[in-house]
Ligand binder design. Structure first.
Ligand code: FES
Length: 104
């Protein structure tokens, strides 16, 4: 079952900028790309770099530590020893951005 949690205001997100949020103590990164909100794990699978301190390039999140890139639709990592990152469901209700966290 997926629980949706309000994490941000759409009006506060900036196009092409990654923002970290922490619903239920989960580190989640948000990025507004061409008007669509993407939510993904905020921890690089290469060596734990904070993706919210990185940047968006060609629709991918780029880790600030060693440059791993992650596709924000599939989660695929493009870097040696960087596995995929989790991609979370997003709902926008008015100005509220909600992220879906799966419950075990
Ligand atoms: S920690 Fe992200 S690329 Fe190395």
């Amino acid at each position: 079952m997926t629980q949706f949690i309000k994490v941000a205001k759409l009006s506060e997100l900036k196009e092409g900028v990654i923002t970290g949020v922490y619903p239920d103590d989960v580190s989640v990164a948000l990025a507004l790309i061409n008007g669509s909100v993407h939510a993904f794990a905020n921890i690089c699978t290469h060596d734990g770099g904070p993706l919210d301190e990185g940047e968006i390039v060609n629709g991918c999140a780029v880790c600030p530590r060693h440059g791993a890139r992650f596709d924000l639709v599939t989660g695929t990592g493009y870097f040696p020893a960087a596995g995929p990152i989790a991609i979370y469901q997003v709902r926008v209700e008015g100005d509220d951005v909600l992220v879906g966290l799966s419950e075990e």
